[in-house]
Design a protein around this ligand. Sequence first.
Ligand code: UD1
Length: 420
Amino acid sequence: MEHLLIKGKNRLNGDVFISGAKNAVVAIIPAAIIANGVCIIDNLPSIEDVRCLQDTLSKLGAVCELIDEGTLMVDSSNLNNFNATFDSVRRIRASYYLMGALLARFKEAKVALPGGCNFGTRPIDLHLKAFKALGAEIEEDYDSGIISLKAEKLVGTNIFLDTVSVGATINTMLAATLAEGVTTIENAAKEPHIVDTANFLNMLGAKIKGAGTDVIRITGVESLHGAEYMIIPDQIEAGTYMIAAAVCGGNVSVRNIIPKHMDSLSAKLKEMGCKVVEGDDYIDVISDGKLSSTRVKTMAYPGFPTDLQPQMVAGLSKADGISILTETVWENRFQYIDQLKKFGCDISIDGRVAIIHGVSQLHGADVMATDLRAGAAMVIAGLASNGITKIGNVRFIDRGYEKIEYKLRNLGADIKRVKE
Ligand code: UD1
């Protein structure tokens, strides 16, 4: 059993280098299944979700190995199994991308239902509707938790997504890559990792246009070849360190990022009283630790990301005045609030709205990470608190943050991992 132990109240100063984007790599590794050739994926984050997918692809018959620190080689030439029903598949939410990728390659797939963070119902009806529209027949077996897909052939069509969904947008792109004719996705999501996955597929020979807008057009091609590709930096990891710097005070340079991806957060931090300076591939956050309250509403990109919502709630807990945060993406993403209250945070929930009364001082607490980003929020609360914080369930945090304690120690935080 591992814990993070934090002695709070240190200011944060220095450079932090951001890893490759989790939500891009969890789509790009499955996408490599479609290629007839060797894919080299650079800027790979060293996180649990990646290790889980490596294990999954290896079990499916691909060669999926680290050839250097941060570089993964995926050779799917001999991948011969479309039954992705083993345990590693259930451990991460993004396993749903195996459906689109295996369907594109074999016109058949059996995939275990997705696991991952639990913040309310996480339906995949839009993914399935899109596969169906492309020509797949689908069987959902809820006793075994397995979804089976089969198509004589996949044929391009117009798909309008009822809800803006990252997963459904990417999964449709994957399935349509080798389909006959043109597929149009309307009301597509625009997140940076959608553009990254489309860029990766295009490097492999796909013909995808419009990623990053709400209409994406995919012209089916015969086959994909191998290529080398560099994953974009992680918007959410970067945002987590930006919020930590704002709350703890100090001068932190968040490096190796795409500042444009951070616009919604940068604007909020400025509003809250921080100095935010953008460079070509970095953002400096300069803060005296005194923040003012604000209103935040989570939205699809380019709005404020729901995946920074818990970290922002932790930050606003120390802001002067009353802040209002509205969660519009997930129906139940405030389950972690009880843990934050142990730090002395004064938060009440009304449906999808959190009302946060800023307090001048938080105190260390003994808490459990309830999911990945909630765990990050507890790290931020611990860093900003008087006294000692102990965070359990670190495995959640490890799903998406590479070497978190090492990166924070480099900034001057007093944080260590302990085994019990
Ligand atoms: C992805 C991210 C996750 C992030 C979320 C929203 C990955 C691996 N995960 O999750 O970290 O919190 O985007 O930015 O990239 N919906 C449906 N039917 C569907 C699919 C989604 O109704 O078939 C709804 C969901 O309930 C939710 C909304 O659409 O309310 C957005 O979900 P979606 O963008 O699909 O999230 P994920 O792709 O699962």
